[in-house]
Ligand binder design. Sequence first.
Ligand SMILES: [Zn+2]
Length: 57
Amino acid sequence: MAKSFKCSDLGISCGWSTTANNDTELLKKIAQHAEQHGFTEIPFEWEAKIKASIKEV
Ligand SMILES: [Zn+2]
């Protein structure tokens, strides 16, 4: 089972989405993408939101 995440699930106007084999890989990709939104790392309060938005595909 792969994991997938869409940036728009956080209520951000962004078309970016990604998939990975597990949560760890997915969170790494999300952290890299977060830089494009001006974050050097994922804000703590986002982490729960992100985890809640991760879907199995
Ligand atoms: Zn985004």
